[in-house]
Design a protein around this ligand. Sequence first.
Ligand code: UGA
Length: 468
Amino acid sequence: MNLVECSRTSETVEPTRICVIGAGYVGLTAAACLSELGHEVRCVEVDAVRLAALSGGEIPIYEPGLDELVTRHASSGRLTFSDDVAGAMDGVGVALLCVGTPPRADGEPDLRQLGRAATAAAAAATTDVALVVKSTVPPGTCEALELFVGGHAREGVRVSVVSNPEFLREGRAVWDFFHPDRVVVGADDPELARAVAGLYPASWPLVACSRRSAELVKYASNTFLAVKISFANEVAALCEALGAETDKVLGGVGLDERIGGAFLNPGPGFGGSCLPKDLSGFIAVAESAGRPAEVARAAQRANDTSLVTLVAKIESALGTLDGRTIAVLGLAFKAGTDDTRFSPAVALVAELVGRGANVRAHDPIARVVEPNVSQVADPYEAAHGADALVVATGWAQYRELDPARLRESMTGHVIVDAVGVLAIEPLREAGFDLYGIGRGLVTSFAPVLWRPLEWMLDAGQPSEVSLP
Ligand code: UGA
């Protein structure tokens, strides 16, 4: 798929001069895609290494299609990079704040980078400006930010804060930018809302609302996705216990249009820099508002147990983890990205090493520095002499692994596919024992049948039914 070709839109927008603060996944994608829409974008990045890379034509993150857009618009002059907020803000009426809002140790969001970026932008503004918060923030942040930066603006310059949350997925960010399910704009002034909505083509579905509503759309969306995944993992565990077919069950559930099949894939738990953080943030906000988020909390607890369950599965398949050699395929938090932040695969590696296993890891693009882990360049090298192989990130290329070659390389015959990417039958035929999420040890059917039979009998009546 050529993401850039897919990104083209015939619709025109009124070209606007925009300052984008922060060139991470969100900021760099927004900057490049907004240039593609015809805007003049000045991107500010304070990290010297990142800025040097961008200025030298290098893209510091792996995001399919992004390099092409950045190269095109850096050379057309529509996209520039600098660390100079004052220069970039000169004469600009719209500034996108795309800085990180990482979780603090207590799970609440750390908004200091946002406060600093907004203050610098407000102080540098030479004309009335809308600071547009793209970063994910708790409801109330934009209103608080407007108060926070108000005193920093030059005399006669009005600084307003607008919420325009980002819904891009890493690994598909360019595609998602040009094919949004919705553009959400939260502003307290219809004129400002129109100005920000006008950055995007008019045909894109628009939700115009208050700032705290816009912020909550983002928080609630990520929380719901997290709930959906945790529920899928719970159903998968139940399928395993009942001897039901996980893929058929969740596939059947997802075919209901009211439910939908997306985000129903069981796995080692959700990770990344967004879902875990936003779920914690949602819970913290709900509690501070006196509305305990029971469903969100349950999803969080369930996610915490996913890794424990996976490790227990590997241990029971191997007898012990201590001294075993385990190949772990995949380190990124999901396929399609080099991002390892809050990656279940990395957490798995750490746990296996902590339990005495020797881990040899592979990932097509992600790199991590883990004590006692050798990261190799080839999956077969990872598998060489291994007692077990665990697929922890759903890279499609792992599906192409040759079962016979794996069988020859490995000492053991255990494969745990935590992300459901492998073709089962060829591996079974090659002599492997295959485990997965929702696919485990053979279940005895008697207890499964016993309960329904019991429920068919009148309470207190002696049973005349004998079980097979
Ligand atoms: C998520 C949201 O999907 C985006 O809409 C949002 O813009 C972004 O967060 C953000 O807040 O910036 P992202 O973190 O890139 O995007 O990753 P997802 O594709 O949502 O995956 C998150 C985690 O859930 C991964 O660990 C993934 O493997 C896991 N997952 C996803 C499952 O376990 N099962 C699924 O069916 C889907």
